[in-house]
Ligand binder design. Structure first.
Ligand code: 5AD
Ligand code: SF4
Length: 471
């Protein structure tokens, strides 16, 4: 079978990054190999996101641009997947004659058949059939980490929370949890092929297993913590209303669980939280953060915010600013509210003017930036354990600092660190991707830290060598 080239454009969230991986995995046995070059592709898949209007526009503008490529190469296949595909279905085929296949969020396991149907019959196919079963993909060779040391693994699909601004429950469907055996076998298989850090994914991991009567999320974490060879566990996203005492306690107990929690609060105003249907109050949120910090004082707390939700008054927005000051998050994502037709908030009255939303967004980001910088500065002078993820991503950084090669990785609290060889560390061989090293933090910026390597991990390369500063 001649190899064909597959190019995937992933738009949006981490769930889509994971789904793009699954797309590549199910299409590999039918001859598709990934390419980074759009022009080289035989099949282009756009994995779309519907969470905010901007993400949807980005998808449509990219798909629009593919029309020209298709005119030049009529054999090129174009597929649209993800949440926009799930939501729009047939409408995409009628609006965009150059698209060959549209597949929803539950159709990934069926992709080989869908693509086969398109290539053999030259017909266009839409598959947006929803499913009330977990979409497990069957891989004969197990899961491969493909040289990546940090990977996502989905533990659940869908969401039952119906926050009034959000499309997810409509496009991803009802919440369903994967069986722990499936999750553990995927993680073990990834670890065997080189993964060292896993991020467990779900829209609301705190309610994992509840509907199905499976073990709780805290119990699942405990099992993942026992996987030999795995070094770090992260997870996202947590809903504050479901943050259990058990899960908070896990931060004090599990040695591989990184001290970081992404806990989206969305607003600091009780009135807005109620209209968002978030089911917690500002005080409940503050209490939970305090409890987490009591259990794990070094825990990094990050969050999501929406500004300009319909009816958000200036006083409501002031409440959000004061919550940001009170909690002192490590970092935040903030978004301007955008109407999603399918979500109830699109029919709420008193929409906020776009310029006002921009203004509020700017104020919120400026407030947080100072806090982030102050928090990062507190790490200067400390030693942090970093998992090497690669060379520094900032082009020209090494040259501009005149410090030779640069590496990058993350602290347990998920802060990006760029570091050079310094101090007493053995410079050769150079740090390997996946190696756990200690870095002395020398400088803090608002989006990253900089430091010097002080301690290498004992590895097969240097074991037994006196000069190896090993654990
Ligand atoms: N408008 C703006 N932001 C939104 N989010 C979800 N829906 C919307 C919307 N309609 C944000 C929330 C969520 C994050 C993933 O996206 O902050 O936590
Ligand atoms: Fe959307 Fe709310 Fe579910 Fe998160 S919890 S996916 S914001 S409905």
């Amino acid at each position: 079978m001649k190899d064909k080239k597959l190019y995937i454009n992933t738009i949006g969230c981490q769930m889509n990054v994971y789904d793009s991986d699954r797309i590549a995995r199910v299409l590999a046995p039918v001859g598709y190999r990934m390419t980074d070059t759009l022009e080289a592709a035989d099949l282009v898949i756009v994995n779309t996101c519907a969470i905010r209007a901007k993400a949807e526009q980005k998808a449509f503008s990219f798909i629009g641009r593919l029309a020209k490529m298709k005119r030049r190469n009529p054999d090129l296949l174009i597929g649209v997947g993800g949440c926009v595909a799930q939501q729009e279905g047939d409408a995409i085929l009628s609006r965009m004659p150059h698209v060959d296949l549209v597949f929803g969020t539950h159709a990934i396991p069926r992709l080989p058949r869908i693509v086969g149907k398109v290539t053999s019959g030259r017909t266009r196919v839409v598959d947006v059939v929803a499913s009330d079963e977990i979409d497990e993909i069957d891989l004969a060779g197990g899961f491969q980490s493909d040289g990546q040391v940090s990977r996502f693994v989905t533990i659940m699909q869908g969401c039952d929370n119906y926050c009034t601004y959000c499309v997810v429950p409509y496009v991803r469907g009802a919440e369903m949890s994967r069986h722990p055996d499936q999750i553990l076998s995927e993680i073990q298989s990834l670890v065997r092929s080189g993964m060292r850090e896993v991020t467990l994914l779900g829209q609301n991991v705190n309610s994992y297993g509840r509907k199905e009567g499976l073990p709780s999320f805290a119990a699942l974490l405990e099992q993942v913590n026992d996987v030999e060879g795995l070094r770090r566990i992260r997870f996202t996203t947590s809903h504050p209303k479901d943050l259990s005492e058990d899960l908070m306690a896990a931060f004090g107990r599990l040695d591989k669980l990184c001290p970081h929690i992404h806990l989206p609060v969305q607003s600091g105003s009780d009135r807005v939280l109620k209209r968002m249907n978030r089911k917690y109050t500002r005080q409940i949120y503050l209490d939970r953060v305090e409890r987490l910090r009591r259990i794990r004082p070094d825990i990094a707390v990050t969050s999501d915010f929406i500004v300009g939700f319909p009816g958000e008054s200036t006083a409501d927005f002031e409440d959000t600013l004061s919550l940001v000051e009170t909690v002192a998050f490590d970092s935040i994502f903030a978004f301007m509210y955008s109407d999603r037709e399918i979500a109830p908030a699109s029919r709420f009255k008193t929409k906020i003017d776009e310029n006002e939303k921009k203004d509020r967004l700017q104020k919120l980001l400026t407030t947080q930036e100072k806090i982030t910088l102050a928090k990062n500065r507190m790490l200067v002078g400390t030693h942090q354990e970093i998992m090497v993820e690669g060379g520094s991503t900032r082009p020209g950084l090494a040259e501009s600092l005149d410090e030779g090669p640069q590496w990058s990785g993350r602290t347990p609290g998920n802060k990006i660190v760029n570091f050079s060889l310094g101090g007493d560390a053995d410079p050769a061989p150079p740090p390997r991707v996946g190696e756990m090293v200690d870095v002395s933090i020398e400088k803090a910026f608002s989006h990253s830290l900089r430091g010097g390597l002080v301690r290498r991990e004992r590895s097969h390369d240097c074991s037994g060598r006196e000069e190896c500063h090993a654990a």
